[in-house]
Structures are given as structure tokens and as C-alpha cells.
Design a protein around this ligand. Structure first.
Ligand code: DMJ
Length: 732
């Protein structure tokens, strides 16, 4: 009835071949043994002696060989790029030539010269070549061909300013360089676990994230049980910590050594009247910073992030992320001692010569951005040297067939790759590294950095698939096309694309019309597709579009928008941008005050129904607060432009809530799981680096009466709150 089972022809064939080859091997082994037996005793002893000698030599010389090999591999990262430069990047785009030409030699020489000396040449080829192929697959095969030569000629006029303006030397005191190499606060709490902690906002896989977060919470609960710490009553513990707040007088101890307002671009600016209230508030921010720093210093020194509840640390890149992200905040807040310690760590301990994968976007905005801004504020060349080092090591990310960068780079090996599950990059990530790389070009007078990021903007500018200026969330690194079309958001994965359109335009002295055009069109797209008002209180909010269906969901991340819109209006863009900024600021404020803890959830759902109920709802999985900065960032911009004191009061309320619900008595602040539960907000045991890099910095600037402190007419803040100078307008 049933046909007989089919013979598996392929399986049989393989089996035959296999057995044949097995027999051959046996014959070979037997004949070898016969030959060995035929040797004289003297011959056999001689061979054994030579083998033993070889083994001993190998053991003796292994350490020095491996050391040399590591050097070569480090240099390979630089050589790889300089090789490309030599091979194809020499032709400088028209307009850049005259300004850059003479400056390139001396500027680049000291930075890369010694590292790529002639001896390295032959060693680099084999070291880098074979490693690239298998790691990134077929996409990389094209790299060698595509390389960089086409970058310069294809850069459109709209994006590349005619010259890279010369950097202006900051007129601020230089710090003494420390000679000591001793590690200040060795933390022996266990080996670093690289790559296990974080995923960027835009890359996080929700299920995985949820699992990790759940584990964190469970771990926290276990520890609470075990240690019987005051955290059993979370709220009580927080109140206790607030009572221990340092008094203003002791907090000012170091003021004589370092001005609390170190950057004074206009020496002649009249002194603003200082209110008692703002002094108190500034001091409270400084105290909050010191408290966070205390935890970091004690339990996480030199590591990426503090886990304040378990009094340990988490690693993401293994590059002291919190410390680097916080450098300029310490300088701005006038925290002299803390800054000096951190500077010493950067000088003596921070090494980018590490076999580690870093996310291009996150390391650019936090590390490169942090180093560049600290260089500008302090004038300390050490920070610029570090910035050049990491900048160069990130460049392989741009070597893709489409020139849309990969998400990840191994900064030790100089190999870039996409995430494991896709060849797509996140749109916000590839379009939010521009401020930093452009500034690096200006400072080094080396156009390569600017060229690769300008090329990304040029490609995205002309790409089909936008909806009235709104962009999809992903872009493919092979084809250079948008993917996952049909979903439009101003939240995770797209947010800072819009922010950087405006900020690049401002940074470049308003000389790049394509950036402005894309920004203006996008704001109209937002108004047309994403803007709605709630039923109960008529709050204006930004929702999402999902294949033509409107979703009344707004990430806290979107609260950057009021500040960005206001910045645009301040720079001459239409007045209705400011009107929208004011309305959205109110909504972001409501996302805080309508919660029982006074802290915003990560994602809010807005109520479109006309009723007298709540405007803001929170899904159980969305009620966490990660100590994010976006709302206080926008409050800072709106206060600067309107001087309306209510924005300061709103910021003050947020700081109080952070102190009440997220402060850990032993040092540090923690993200929490549930902003609707003031009794147990559910500490997550993690202090993100942006709490020090952004949140506390923006709060300080919000409360400062000195409007010239990082004037918004002279600085543009990157998306991690690191201020970079606005370039002087290029000559006509
Ligand atoms: C920061 O790293 C940056 O502000 C980024 O643009 C968005 N996410 C965090 C803060 O929320």
C-alpha cells in the first residue's frame, strides 16, 4: 500500500566516503610508526631532544611575543584607516582644500604618526585582513573595494561647509598634569563582565530587557531580605538620606580653588542678580551629584555603571562610562576634587586599546562627546588626545557597502559589524553621531571624520520612504534603504535624528540648507501626522503612526522635543514652533505630576476620550523610570528663552522626587520599576551614566541665574548634554 521508504542517497554516499578516509588515516598512522621504529636509537634520541628544546624556547619567549603582537594589533586599527587615507582619501573635496591642506600635516602627525611607523606596515596586512572576513561576512567583502575613496567627491554641497572653521582656544585655566600611574580606587569586587549590562535605547530587545530587569529586581529583593537594610521601607530609607544632605557651607569648601562658573565666554557680561532660592537649588544639585559620586567612587570606580543597591557595578563597554560622561558636569558644577580624581583616572587608566565591542552611537555621544566638551571647557589637551584616539577607533563602523555605519565596532581590532540578528542600523543612531565627528574634524583639521558623517546625512536626505519628513526607524547597511517602513515615532530609534538636524545646522553656523529643510519639513510632518490633544484636559501630545493607525503612546524620550523646538525658534525658525514647544512642555510636566511618585513613566498612553478622567495612563510594563533627562533638558531651554519661573519650579519638583524615591542611602541613585507605587517603587539597582552626564547637569543649568554659563548662542549641546562650540561662520 505505502511506497517503500526512499533511500537516503546522500547519506549513504557520505558514509562511504567517511569510512574510506578513516581507513586511509589508519594506514598512514601505521606506516609512520613503522618508520619511527626503523630509526636508530641515536636518531630517535636526537629528534626527541630537539622537540623538547623547541618546547622550552616556546614557553620562555611566549610573554614577549604576545606583548609585541598586542602592540601590532593596536596599531593595526590606526594603520587600517591611514592605509585607506593613503590609498584613496587624499583628494580633498573642493572648498576644503585651501583651508585644510596646510594644517593636516602637523595636526595629524603627532596623533597618529608614531603609532603607524614604517615597521608596522607589513605586520598590519595579515593581522587585519583575515580577521575581517569571517567576522562580518559577505557585507564586509565589499569593503576593501568600496573603502573610502568615493566619500569625498560624493559629499553634497548642502552638507559640507566650505571650510572646517579653525577651533577657538578656550580662555580657561589649564590643570596640572599628574605623573602618577597609581590606580586610585582599585575595586576588587570581581572581574568585569563586559557586554552584559546594557543595550542602547534603540537597540534593546524588549523581551530580553524585561528578563534582565526582572532578574535585577529579583536580585535586589533577595539582597534586601538578606542584608536587612533600611531599604525594607524604601520610602523611609530615602527620607533618611535626605536628612543627611550636606550643608551649603561645607559643600562650598572648595570654591576658592576653582570658580563655580569656570566658563565665562563674555568676560564683560554684567553679573546677573542671584536669588537666594537659586543658590539653594544649585547647592541641592551639587549635593545630589556628590551623593551619586560617592556611590560610584566606592562601589564602581572605573567601571561603566553603579549598581547602588547591591553596591556593585555593571559593565557595558568597560570604559568607565559614568566617569567619562560626568567629567564636564563636575567642571560645570565646580566640583574641583572630584574632577581632579576623575581626570587622573582618564589620564592613567582609560585605555581604548581593548578587545571590546562598543555601540557606535552610545560611545560617540557619551565618550567622544564627553571628552570633546571637557577639552573645550578646560583647555586640557589630554582630553583631546583621548578623543582623537576613540574617534579613530570608531571609524571602521563607516566602512560598509552603503556607507551607512554598522551599529557596533570592536575598538581593539578595528572591526565593525551589525547586531547579530540583523544587518539594519537604527536611524537615530546613524544620524546622531554627526555633531561629535564634525567637531573632531574641526579640532584636528582632519576632514575624514566630517566626511563620513556628512555622507550619512546626504544619503538619508535623498532617500525615498519618508512621510512628510518623518523617517522610519531602521536603515539597512547593505542597501542603504529604509526598512520596517510604515512606523513613525519621535521616540526610541528615531528621536535624535530630528534633534541633530537642527543642531548640526546651528553648529555649522546655519550654512547647510539641506539640514534646515529636512528639519522644517519634519516638524510639519509631526504636526500633520502625530499631534493630538487629550480628551480630559486638552493636553497636546505626540503619538506614533503604525501603518496608518494612530497610537496615542508617547515615550518619555519624546520630551526632548519642546527644548529642540524652542531652540529652533530662538534661532529664527517660525513662532509656531515655540507655541508647540510650550504646549508639549506642559504635557511632559503632566507626565510627572499625574504620577504618585511625581516621576514620569518610560512610556505614557494618552486618553483621547472626552471624559473627566486621567489624561495619562501607564501600562504595567511601562511604569519604570530610568532617571532620564529629557524633561529637565527641555525645562532648561524653555527657562532660558522665556525666563518663566514655573519651569524652574517644575524642575525643582522633579529633583525632589528623585531624592525621595530613587536615592540610595549608601550612595547613588537607582532607576525604579513603578512610578505609580510610592510605597514600593521597586528599585532596579542601576544608575545610568546619563543621570550624571545629563539629568543633574541640566538641572544645575536650569537653576543657575548666569545666562552666560554655556550660552545657547555659543554652544550646542549634543544629545548626551555635552556642550560643543557653535562654529564661527565661515568666511563668505
Ligand atoms: C541618552 O543617552 C541620550 O539623551 C539619548 O539621546 C537618549 N537616551 C539617553 C537618555 O535618556
Amino acid at each position: 500500500m505505502y511506497p517503500p521508504p526512499r533511500k537516503d542517497f546522500i547519506a549513504l554516499t557520505l558514509s562511504d566516503q567517511h569510512s574510506r578516509s578513516y581507513n586511509n588515516g589508519k594506514h598512514r598512522r601505521q606506516s609512520c610508526w613503522r618508520k619511527w621504529k626503523q630509526l636508530s636509537r641515536l636518531q630517535r634520541s636526537l629528534i626527541l631532544f630537539l622537540l623538547a628544546l623547541l618546547l622550552i624556547c616556546g614557553l620562555l619567549f611566549y610573554p614577549s611575543f604576545s606583548e609585541q603582537w598586542r602592540d601590532v594589533s593596536d596599531r593595526a586599527v590606526r594603520e587600517d584607516w591611514d592605509g585607506d587615507w593613503e590609498r584613496g582619501l587624499k583628494p580633498v573635496p573642493p572648498g576644503v582644500g585651501p583651508a585644510v591642506g596646510p594644517a593636516v600635516g602637523p595636526a595629524v602627525g603627532p596623533a597618529v604618526g608614531p603609532a603607524v611607523g614604517p615597521a608596522v606596515g607589513p605586520a598590519v596586512g595579515p593581522a587585519v585582513g583575515p580577521a575581517v572576513g569571517p567576522a562580518v561576512g559577505p557585507a564586509v567583502g565589499l569593503m576593501g573595494v568600496v573603502a573610502m575613496p568615493e566619500v569625498a567627491p560624493t559629499v553634497g554641497p548642502g552638507f559640507l561647509p566650505k571650510v572646517i572653521p579653525e577651533p577657538q582656544r578656550p580662555k580657561v585655566p589649564f590643570l596640572h598634569k599628574s605623573q602618577t600611574k597609581k590606580r586610585l580606587f582599585p575595586n576588587k569586587r570581581g572581574p568585569p563582565r563586559l557586554q552584559d549590562g546594557n543595550e542602547s535605547d534603540s537597540q534593546a530587545k524588549p523581551a530580553e530587557k524585561e528578563r534582565v530587569e526582572k532578574e535585577d529586581v529579583e536580585k535586589v529583593e533577595e539582597e534586601e531580605e538578606e542584608e536587612k537594610k533600611p531599604l525594607v521601607s524604601w520610602r523611609g530609607a530615602i527620607i533618611e538620606a535626605i536628612q543627611a544632605t550636606e550643608s551649603p557651607s561645607s559643600a562650598h569648601e572648595n570654591d576658592a580653588a576653582m570658580p563655580s562658573v569656570p566658563v565665562k565666554p563674555k568676560d564683560t557680561a554684567p553679573l546677573a542678580p542671584v536669588s537666594v532660592k537659586s543658590v539653594d537649588r544649585l547647592e541641592t544639585v551639587r549635593e545630589a551629584f556628590r551623593h551619586a559620586w560617592k556611590g560610584y567612587k566606592e562601589f564602581a570606580w572605573g567601571h561603566d555603571e553603579l549598581k547602588p543597591v547591591s553596591k556593585s557595578y555593571g559593565e557595558w563597554f568597560g570604559l568607565g562610562l559614568t566617569l567619562v560622561d560626568a567629567l564636564d558636569t563636575m567642571w560645570i558644577l565646580g566640583l574641583t576634587e572630584e574632577f581632579k580624581e576623575a581626570r587622573k583616572w582618564v589620564e592613567t587608566e582609560l585605555s581604548f586599546s581593548k578587545n571590546v565591542d562598543v555601540n557606535l552611537f552610545e560611545s560617540t555621544i557619551r565618550i567622544l562627546g564627553g571628552l570633546l566638551s571637557t577639552y573645550h571647557l578646560t583647555g586640557d589637551e589630554m582630553f583631546l588626545e583621548k578623543a582623537k584616539d576613540i574617534g579613530l577607533r570608531l571609524m571602521p563602523a563607516f566602512k560598509t557597502p552603503s556607507k551607512i555605519p554598522f551599529s557596533d565596532v570592536n575598538i581593539g581590532k578595528g572591526i565593525a559589524h551589525p547586531p547579530r540578528w540583523t544587518s539594519d542600523s537604527t536611524l537615530a543612531e546613524v544620524t546622531s553621531v554627526q555633531l561629535e565627528f564634525r567637531e573632531l574634524s574641526r579640532l584636528t583639521q582632519d576632514p575624514r571624520y566630517q566626511e563620513v558623517v556628512n555622507e550619512v546625512m546626504r544619503l538619508v536626505h535623498k532617500l525615498p520612504g519618508k512621510r512628510d519628513g518623518l523617517v522610519p526607524m531602521f536603515i539597512n547597511t547593505n542597501s542603504g534603504q529604509f526598512t520596517h517602513k510604515g512606523v513613525f515615532t519621535l521616540g526610541a530609534r528615531a528621536d535624535s535624528y530630528y534633534e541633530y538636524l537642527l543642531k548640526q545646522w546651528i553648529q555649522g553656523g546655519k550654512t547647510e540648507p539641506d539640514l534646515l529643510e529636512d528639519y522644517l519639513v519634519a516638524v510639519e510632518g509631526v504636526k500633520k501626522h502625530l499631534l493630538r490633544t487629550t480628551g480630559p484636559s486638552k493636553l497636546t501630545f505626540i503619538g506614533e503612526l503604525n501603518h496608518n493607525r494612530f497610537n496615542p503612546k508617547m515615550d518619555h524620550l519624546v520630551c526632548f522635543l519642546p527644548g529642540t523646538l524652542a531652540l529652533g525658534a530662538h534661532n529664527g525658525l517660525p513662532d509656531d514652533h515655540m507655541d508647540l514647544a510650550l504646549q508639549l512642555m506642559e504635557t511632559c510636566h503632566q507626565m510627572y505630576v499625574q504620577m504618585e511618585t511625581g516621576l514620569s513613566p518610560e512610556i505614557a498612553q494618552f486618553n483621547l476620550q472626552p471624559s473627566d478622567g486621567r489624561d495619562v495612563h501607564v501600562k504595567p510594563a511601562d511604569g519604570h523610570n530610568l532617571l532620564r533627562p529629557e524633561t529637565v533638558e527641555s525645562l532648561f531651554y524653555l527657562y532660558r528663552f522665556t525666563k518663566d519661573a514655573k519651569y524652574r519650579d517644575w524642575g525643582w519638583d522633579i529633583l525632589q522626587s528623585f531624592n525621595k524615591y530613587t536615592r540610595v542611602p549608601s550612595g547613588g541613585y537607582t532607576s525604579i520599576s513603578n512610578v505609580r507605587d510610592p510605597v514600593n517603587p521597586g528599585p532596579r539597582d542601576k544608575m545610568e551614566s546619563f543621570f550624571l552626564g545629563e539629568t543633574l547637569k541640566y538641572l544645575y543649568l536650569l537653576f543657575s541665574d548666569d545666562m552666560e554659563l554655556l550660552s545657547l548662542d555659543q554652544y550646542v549641546f549634543n544629545t548626551e548634554a555635552h556642550p560643543l562650540p557653535i562654529w564661527p561662520s565661515p568666511p563668505i
